[in-house]
Design a protein around this ligand. Sequence first.
Ligand SMILES: Nc1ncnc2c1ncn2[C@@H]1O[C@H](COP(=O)(O)OP(=O)(O)O)[C@@H](O)[C@H]1O
Ligand SMILES: Nc1ccn([C@@H]2O[C@H](COP(=O)(O)O)[C@@H](O)[C@H]2O)c(=O)n1
Length: 216
Amino acid sequence: MKPIKPTIIAIAGPSASGKTLFAKTIHDELIEELGESGISIIYEDAYYRDQSHLSMQEREQTNYDHPSAFEHELLSEHLNKLTKNQTINSPVYCYKTHTRLNESKIFSPTKIILVEGILLLSNKELRECFDIKVYMDTPLDICLIRRIKRDLVERNRSIESVTNQYLATVRPMYYQFIEPSKAWADIVITRGGKNRMAIEVIKAKIRQLSQLPPQQ
Ligand SMILES: Nc1ncnc2c1ncn2[C@@H]1O[C@H](COP(=O)(O)OP(=O)(O)O)[C@@H](O)[C@H]1O
Ligand SMILES: Nc1ccn([C@@H]2O[C@H](COP(=O)(O)O)[C@@H](O)[C@H]2O)c(=O)n1
């Protein structure tokens, strides 16, 4: 029997808008039903460029909110392979050292692949990989509060580094690249990663797609 072509769902939007929470909630609530081969998540952040050749000071100067910070060409190559039911070696990223780890993760195609990240809809090649494009439209001030809390606890940052980075790059790049990319979305979600109706709507669509017979 011919394997089903994976359906790829992008979840884009500003930093700390709730993309990860939204994707993980959908994944965790469906994994038992769909099984390990049914649903998985890929993180755009895993595709931040390797910076192991740079000093820590240089890495701290990088604009992580500009499209050039990502190896989007590798991500679209990987997504294209997954749609052909091929396995990939996904990079593994570390926010504390601002570079890739010296390891990769074997990632096998699943029927549904959720991809989450800030700049997924800003890139034409990536957009062409997605079957459904979702944008988390959480107000920027709410995102900032959540980002401060998260980055202090999970990403080893100080309040000075979070606020300086926010003013220098996060906010301007949001207006230049992320907010305009909303125009490409099929579905715009308000109120973040706990919007229960939005979670249920995407889950229902995934259930419907998962029941389709193999494509000819
Ligand atoms: N609706 C919400 N209410 C409260 N906290 C939330 C909500 N959505 C997300 N968070 C929290 O905000 C932080 C950022 O959310 P996250 O899902 O990591 O955002 P993103 O992946 O878009 O950067 C996390 O600590 C998360 O638990
Ligand atoms: N070394 C890095 C890499 C990325 N960032 C910030 O992460 C944000 C994207 O991840 P989210 O989970 O918040 O969507 C992005 O805004 C970068 O500024 C970083 O601080 N350091």
